[in-house]
Design a protein around this ligand. Structure first.
Ligand SMILES: Cc1cc2nc3c(=O)[nH]c(=O)nc-3n(C[C@H](O)[C@H](O)[C@H](O)COP(=O)(O)OP(=O)(O)OC[C@H]3O[C@@H](n4cnc5c(N)ncnc54)[C@H](O)[C@@H]3O)c2cc1C
Length: 384
């Protein structure tokens, strides 16, 4: 029996990616006794594999609750980065050059034009640039460029440093961190006809806790209880390739409809990505890399000459409608979800940490979480 069997935690968090660690950090700052468990090393899954783009406008075709959540998170990112630097001494390389979205073929025009029309009509910060102007900003971009959109406020961070900074901040705030501890089952009891959480069964014994937060990314559906609401989160693989940076470096994040390039402070550029339903398989494939390379070369022809320094793949946690699942389980007291952030988990980290910590510390959140509740998901699943 583990020594933890005797310890009563206020909160146990399942999953030590950016979502689990950021919530744990905020809860420890609020004075709670918090433990985070990860089946592997902390921050070694999607949070490690990501690109780190904070780009709500670049891919958005409409406003709505999800768009608002993304924009709200982006708005607090620079303060979040500063606070992380103060608490962990790790600089997450928050960069503000912005994002360029290129039209490289005639067929690209329609999507970019549509995005430009609604975003500038809504008063969002988007600019339309001619090819000459873009190539002055980024001389390495292909001469086949037709025109581009610039999203000055769509920034980026180094997600690997973000994961490290959150882990360190959580640890220094008093959070107990347990790597290589797999959660097998949620434990509950029935009190006056209502279920409530009591703890977790793990590969290293029992953990007793008053509240449980499911932040297990693509594996979240596997961490459940027979009485909890149905949580459907599936993995979507994304492959990535990193190159040694050219003499003439990029400064912006560069998108096309088929791929993207992200410059890093370290002097490398990251190219992505694929979107594949291959279960929990994280292989890097010849086809995946070939597609990424073709799209990278289309954007910046000199990529052809660059040395590949790393390839990897990660699993984006995806719910059936692509929205995150945030908030309380309606059936079980003390059970809270913070998962299914899909393509935007790095962007959504600060706002998720704020929303979920408010829910735990104050009983309610200043952010309306009803569009992201698990009940909306169960209802929709039942409807189809
Ligand atoms: C290729 C790629 C590119 C991306 N690019 C971006 C981007 O540019 N911008 C952006 O905002 N987002 C991006 N994302 C999405 C982002 O990475 C994710 O949404 C985010 O990292 C999710 O964080 P998480 O903490 O929920 O999940 P994860 O980082 O996957 O962490 C979940 C953790 O739970 C642990 N775990 C699972 N099951 C158990 C268990 N039973 N017991 C204990 N621990 C368990 C895992 O080991 C893991 O460490 C990208 C993702 C990928 C794959």
């Amino acid at each position: 029996m583990s020594e933890d069997h005797q310890t009563q935690w206020d909160v146990a968090v399942v999953g030590g990616g950016v979502i689990g660690c950021s919530i744990a950090w905020r809860l420890a700052q609020g004075g709670l006794r918090v433990i985070v468990l990860d089946k592997s090393d902390f921050g070694s899954e999607a949070s490690y594999a990501a690109g780190g783009m904070l780009a709500p406008l670049s891919e958005a075709d409409q406003t709505g609750a999800f768009f608002d959540l993304c924009v709200a998170s982006r708005a607090i990112y620079s303060d979040f980065a500063r606070e992380l630097l103060e608490s962990s001494a790790i600089d997450i390389e928050y960069r503000t050059e912005g994002t360029l979205y290129l039209s490289l073929r005639e067929e690209d025009d329609e999507e970019l034009d549509r995005r430009w029309q609604w975003q500038q009509a809504t008063g969002l910060n988007v600019k339309r640039l001619g090819a000459g102007c873009v190539r002055k900003l980024e001389p390495g971009i292909t001469t086949a460029l037709r025109w581009a959109l610039k999203f000055p406020d769509d920034h980026q961070v180094n997600n690997r440093l973000l994961a490290a900074a959150l882990f360190e901040s959580a640890r220094l705030s008093g959070v107990e961190t347990r790597p290589h501890t797999e959660v097998h089952q949620l434990l509950t009891e029935s009190v006056a006809g209502k279920e409530r959480v009591t703890g977790l069964k793990t590969s290293r014994g029992l953990i007793l806790a008053d509240r449980l937060i499911i932040a297990a990314g693509s594996w979240s559906s596997q961490v459940t209880s027979s009485t909890a609401s149905t949580l459907e989160v599936l993995p979507v693989r994304g492959q990535m390739v990193a190159f040694e940076m050219p003499v003439q470096p990029l400064s912006h994040v560069i998108y096309s409809r088929r791929g993207y390039l992200i410059p890093r402070n370290s002097g490398c550029v990251i190219a992505g990505s694929t979107t594949e339903r291959t279960g929990f398989n994280k292989s890097v494939t010849a086809g995946g890399v070939a597609d990424i390379l073709n799209h990278a070369i289309e954007i910046m022809p000199s990529t052809r000459e660059l040395a590949i320094t790393e390839t990897w793949a990660g699993l984006r946690p995806h719910a059936h409608d692509g929205l995150p699942v945030l908030g309380k389980d309606p059936q079980i007291d003390g059970l809270i979800y913070a998962t299914a952030h899909y393509r935007n988990g790095i962007l959504l980290t600060p706002i998720t940490a704020r929303a979920i910590s408010e829910l735990v510390l104050e009983g309610d959140s200043s952010i309306n979480l009803s569009p992201f509740s698990i009940s909306r998901r169960t209802l929709r699943l039942a409807e189809h």
